[in-house]
Design a protein around this ligand. Structure first.
Ligand code: URA
Length: 209
């Protein structure tokens, strides 16, 4: 079963409160999501493997460390996932950025892929699928299906707020995928919103309705 990591760092929790606040406007909301994505990227990279190299400092030749693991790719689920990309790239500037666009079929209510673009070396990368909200889990599950279908073997999912229903569904569908979240909320309401949540993440990021 994939593990669930809740990042309770005080800075993340503090910023999340203002992200949730309905009086926070688009500009500030976007900035805060960006900042939290950077802080979460710091947390998820904590266990990245290192290897030893020799470096000539101005004083001596020293044994030092550089990153040794697989290369990364960030996969925002369109459109709200886009709000987390720049914040992550601040810490991991060499990461590739793939994209997955999904819409919900009005009849089957199932997510349908309408856009997908991935790096060529898909088997060699660690993929971080990102979306601010994990609600029913439908989009996350489908995005990960799409990555696996194309040969990805190392996939993690990161969001700001998760509903228990979404965490359970994602763990069941993809037991190999670890989940990184800033908060696990109470539930989904009848309209599919996370409670207490933050409203519609895409609309709040892009100022739409
Ligand atoms: N997507 C959102 O943007 N907000 C929710 O509460 C649930 C899904």
């Amino acid at each position: 079963m994939g593990k669930v990591y809740v990042f309770d760092h005080p800075l993340i929790q503090h910023k999340l409160t203002f992200i949730r606040d309905k009086n926070t406007g688009t500009k500030e909301f976007r900035e805060l999501v960006d900042e939290v994505a950077t802080l979460m990227a710091f947390e998820i990279t904590r266990d990245m493997p290192l290897e030893e190299v020799e470096t000539e400092t101005p004083v001596v030749t020293a044994k030092t460390k550089v990153l040794a693991g697989k290369k990364m790719a960030i996969v925002p689920i369109l459109r709200a996932g886009l709000g987390m990309v720049d914040g992550m790239l601040k810490l991991i500037p060499a990461a590739k950025v793939a994209h997955i666009g999904l819409y919900r079929d009005p009849e089957t209510l199932q997510p349908v892929e309408y856009y997908a673009k991935f790096p060529a070396d898909i088997e060699e990368r660690d993929f971080y699928v990102v979306d601010p909200m994990l609600a029913t889990g439908g989009s996350a599950i489908e995005a990960i299906n799409s990555l696996k279908k194309r040969g990805a073997t190392s996939i993690k999912f990161m969001c700001l707020i998760a509903a228990p229903e979404g965490v359970e569904a994602l763990q069941k569908a993809h037991p190999d995928v670890d989940i990184y979240i800033a908060a696990k909320d109470e539930k989904l309401n009848d309209h599919g919103y996370i409670v207490p949540g933050l409203g519609d993440a895409g609309d709040r990021l892009f100022g739409t309705k």
